[in-house]
Design a protein around this ligand. Structure first.
Ligand SMILES: [Zn+2]
Length: 475
């Protein structure tokens, strides 16, 4: 039998780890904090990559690759950037048996190396915009790690664009935020809040950081992707100017944006259940599994029939045929549930007589008898239905656990008991933000684009406040 998955209500963190390990998505590596992504986890990452990469190309971006090693002097060039990243960097000091003249940083992110190249590539307005994306690994020396959600090395994409004007760069920043929102909602089936980060939560080196924030099943927030307007900070640090149409010299405007293998953790935490992984159909590497149910006497007939069903399905869906003799059907059901395959097709002797099969939905466990001639159509409907209902369930959950709160005592009680998202006014002062973080362990997750018409009063200090923000505890 499979190992037991800790139920969510018992220990949510352990449940998450159990799913990652038992669905064989990832494993711990010999180096603490690093992760081995196993074939099933990597297949999920490839699905994510393939879809998002298509969306990047549709919006005019091209892929390129920059080196993993960055000279220390590059990292030092942008003051906020070095302050934010240097403490969590791993540094190569020796190579080829000698001490290096200049230490080399393993990239925590690639703004500096990329802007050193943009200096070479950009001279005039004709060279702009540059719309480049890179698929790569990055390394940040994390003290507390968790498979997929926070690991020392992780895989991601980082877009780095260069523009002639501030307006163009801001437009690009928001365009990519919308790409992430679309991917999260339409493919991952996870509703997200979008908006800006506060000063203290933004990317080290950004003018503005925009985010997509999702609610997990334990009501904590998870930042699933960010898009940064970098202003002219990196252009100034690397002296990247361009000649305008009028012949003037101006600094170039920049954006960067990224999502990572953290999305896999997000996916697990948002949808999975106590039986195992639940994958939205649009991201499922295996969409359908066929399991023949037979005894020794009728094996050949049932397997033959099931194979015919397989033949009729496999052209339309990524399908696996599981006629492994070493395991019972019951064991297989459990196993494929752990793996999160959206639809299971059971084929038994009775079904064979009626020219039927039984379809079982992974998300609800609901069973449907269907004629073999209609099986492809019916699976299509089921897939759409699973995709939609996962999204709606997550949306309802978030709505049900989001509350407008204007009183600080009520706010504290809310996070001492149930918790969730709190919509509260904030005056904008970092003192208030710091105090609420210390006293309630909540942070400002997002300053939403959609703001109430009337101003309110700050949840902490009671002063007049223009903006309503979303507070939550977060991963
Ligand atoms: Zn305040």
């Amino acid at each position: 039998m499979a190992e037991r998955i800790t139920p969510r209500h018992e220990n949510y963190s352990q449940w998450y780890i159990d799913i990652v390990l038992q669905a064989k998505l990832a494993d711990y590596s010999p180096v603490k904090g690093c992760m081995v992504i196993r074939p099933r986890g990597y297949a999920l990452w490839e699905k994510i990559q393939q879809i998002i990469d298509g969306m990047f190309k549709e919006t005019g971006h091209s892929n390129a690759y920059f080196p993993i090693l960055i000279p220390e002097s590059f990292i030092q060039k942008e003051a906020e950037h070095v302050e934010g990243f240097a403490p969590e960097c791993a540094v190569v000091t020796h190579a080829g048996g000698e001490e290096l003249e200049e230490p080399l940083f393993l990239r925590p992110t690639s703004e500096t190396i990329i802007w050193s190249m943009y200096k070479k590539w950009i001279q005039s307005y004709r060279d702009l915009p540059i719309l480049i994306n890179q698929w790569a690994n990055v390394l940040r020396w994390e003290k507390r790690t968790r498979l997929f959600l926070r690991t020392t090395e992780f895989l991601w994409q980082e877009g780095h664009t260069a523009h002639a004007t501030s307006e163009e760069a801001v437009e690009e920043t928001l365009r990519m935020l919308n790409v992430y929102k679309k991917f999260a909602e339409e493919y991952m089936a996870i509703p997200v809040l979008t908006g800006k980060k506060s000063e203290s939560e933004k990317f080290a080196g950004a003018v503005d950081t925009y985010t997509i924030e999702a609610m997990m099943q334990d009501k904590k927030a998870l930042q699933a992707g960010t898009s940064h307007f970098l202003g002219q900070k990196f252009a100034k640090a690397f002296d990247v100017t361009y000649q305008t149409r009028d012949g003037n010299l101006e600094y170039v405007w920049a954006t960067s944006w990224g999502v990572s293998t953290r999305l896999i953790g997000t996916l697990i935490m948002a949808h999975s259940d106590d039986k195992g992984l639940v994958i939205p159909p649009k991201l499922a590497p295996t969409e359908v599994v066929i399991i023949p149910i037979y005894k020794t006497g009728n094996k050949v007939k049932v397997v033959d029939y099931a194979k015919r069903v397989y033949e009729s399905i496999k052209g339309s869906y990524s399908t696996e045929f599981d006629d492994d003799d070493q395991y019972s059907p019951g064991w297989k059901f459990t196993e494929w549930e752990i793996r999160g395959v959206p639809v299971r097709v059971e084929v038994g002797p009775k079904d064979m007589g009626a020219d039927e099969v039984t379809l079982v939905r992974r998300d609800t466990g609901e069973r449907t008898l269907v004629k073999v001639s209609q099986v492809v159509e019916k699976i299509k409907t089921l897939m759409e239905d699973i995709q939609n209902s996962l999204f709606l369930r997550a949306l309802e959950f978030r709505k049900g656990n989001t509350r407008p709160i204007s009183d600080y005592e009520e706010f504290k009680q809310y996070f001492e008991s149930d918790g969730g998202f709190a919509e509260s006014f904030w005056c904008g002062s970092s003192d208030c933000e710091e105090r609420i973080k210390e006293e309630t362990k909540t942070t400002i997750r997002v300053i939403p684009f959609n703001q109430p018409e009337k101003p309110g009063t700050c949840i902490v200090c009671g002063e007049k406040a223009e903006q309503q923000v979303v507070f939550a505890r977060a991963y």
